[in-house]
Design a protein around this ligand. Structure first.
Ligand code: S3P
Length: 451
């Protein structure tokens, strides 16, 4: 899929189940590898990013069977890993790189982490610094500690560390190192970020303590614990569902049901933002079996209006800003996005990429260092748009194409496989609802109504 072609969709309705959550898939593989026995992971996201995590664990001596794309049987080795025979390729994944730094910090061998050109430009000092305080030696190749990284781990000392940026990846790296260190390691997060690591540690029966600190949280972990092997089922990824939520929310008369999706409160900020923009959203948590709330979301389309997205809400919608910017372009009036500097160091500079693509579609947008102002409501123009090699930019602007007359072409769209294998099938199901497909994720009843 070098290019993705998108036409105007008359209507978005039906039902959809999106692939497994990316953040949770990475963590499930790593915790299962650390555990004391065999864990079966179901609903695993078989995307390039998460597959790199599986290969990384195999390179470290963990035996993993994959009887089908979404099921893994992982034979945990009680925290023992062997030195890999060559560099570990983290592909495009910042999450894998930072989590591996935490994991490997406690192991007395040298290891090199490499990745693609996007990953090799992302700042790693944010993990190198706290892990260095614990005693690990991690060297980056560039001034901001960029990959390739050389890690020389060993016996660590516990620390108490306040995060200078709201980052679940940094928090998780320190907690993974702390798990393998004697004593109590504490991470203080002034602004809460996604808490999948903490929840999964609880689920694998690792003792942690969480206390409120102002509007944030302190998480302490006791070291020298071995996670108890458990099976785990990964819920659908709300960050993938976000594309269809906006596609339906912004079109009057659309209605969509997303089933079996993760509804962890540190990730559902997109639902609050869409509610503020006037969308009709109903979320129902159906269970919390593996420590992660999951359920369904129903959304009815309407004419959206602008809003403000800023402050402590940003970490909760950090991966949804590209698609929320598209929602803002479709909404009446002004939307202001602020405090989102972190978007400049994602898979690409997402603020610049969003502003460039919105401008190419004829949208009035003013870019700031930490966000943008979008004046929405004018018709979107179709044309050729760049993905900037970033999966979420590619998918967000494919959805924008559903609202433009004529054909929108997303260039270099293969990056979508980083997080959402099957995205183009789902898109086609919305574009051509009456065609008989092999993966009928869209409710046939919905398709018939439109016939
Ligand atoms: C992630 C955390 C976020 C997010 C990324 C996944 C994770 O990054 O943007 O897609 O799984 O921990 P930061 O921790 O850098 O904010």
């Amino acid at each position: 899929m070098a290019e993705l072609n998108v036409a105007r969709a008359p209507h978005i309705d039906g039902e959809i189940v999106v692939p497994g959550d990316k953040s949770i898939s990475h963590r499930a593989v790593i915790l299962a590898a650390l555990s004391n026995g065999t864990c079966t992971i179901r609903g695993f996201l078989p995307s390039q990013d998460c597959q790199c995590t599986v290969e990384a664990m195999r390179a470290l001596g963990i035996s993993i069977e994959q009887p089908n794309e979404t099921t893994l049987i992982i034979h945990g080795q009680r925290g023992h890993f062997r030195q890999p025979s060559g560099p570990i390729d983290c592909g495009n994944s910042g999450t894998l790189t930072r989590l591996l730094c935490g994991l490997l910090a406690a192991h007395p061998f040298e290891c090199q982490l490499i990745g693609d050109s996007s990953l090799s430009s992302r700042p790693m000092n944010r993990v190198i610094e706290p892990l260095g305080k614990m005693g690990a030696v991690i060297e980056g190749s560039g001034p901001k500690g960029t990959a390739p990284l050389k890690i020389r781990g060993g016996k660590l000392q516990s620390i108490s560390y306040e995060l200078p940026v709201a980052s679940a990846q940094v928090k998780s790296a320190i907690l993974l190192a702390g798990l393998q260190t004697s004593g109590r390691t504490t991470v203080i997060e002034p602004i809460p970020a996604r808490d999948h690591t903490e929840r999964m540690l609880d689920y694998f029966l690792v003792k942690t303590i969480r206390t409120a600190v102002g509007s944030g949280c302190a998480i302490s972990i006791y070291g020298d614990q071995v996670p108890e092997s458990r099976d785990f089922t990964v819920p659908g990824d709300i960050s993938s569902a976000a594309f269809w939520l906006v596609a339906a929310a912004a079109q009057e008369g659309s209605n969509l049901l997303i089933r079996d999706v993760g509804l962890n409160e540190t990730r559902t900020g997109i639902l609050s933002v869409l509610l503020r923009m006037g969308a009709h959203v109903r979320e129902v948590v159906q269970d919390c079996e593996n420590g992660e709330p999951r359920g369904e979301v129903r959304i009815d389309g309407t004419r959206l209006h602008g809003t403000v997205i800023a402050g402590a809400e940003i970490p909760n919608v950090i991966d949804e800003i590209p698609i929320l910017a598209v929602a803002a372009a479709l909404a009446q009036g002004k939307t202001l996005i602020r405090d989102a500097h972190e978007l400049r160091v994602k898979e690409t500079d997402r603020l610049a990429a969003i502003a460039a693509n919105l401008t190419a579609m004829g949208v009035d947008v003013v870019e700031f260092q930490d966000g943008m102002e979008i004046n929405g409501g004018a018709p979107l123009m179709s044309g050729r748009l760049k993905s900037y090699g970033d999966h979420r930019i590619a998918m967000a602007f494919a959805v924008a194409g559903l609202f433009a007359d004529g054909e929108t072409v997303i260039e270099d769209a293969e990056c979508i496989h980083t997080s959402y294998p099957g995205f183009e099938n789902h898109l086609n199901d919305f574009l051509f609802p009456n065609e008989n497909r092999t993966t009928p994720v869209i409710n046939p009843a919905g398709a018939l109504e439109r016939h």
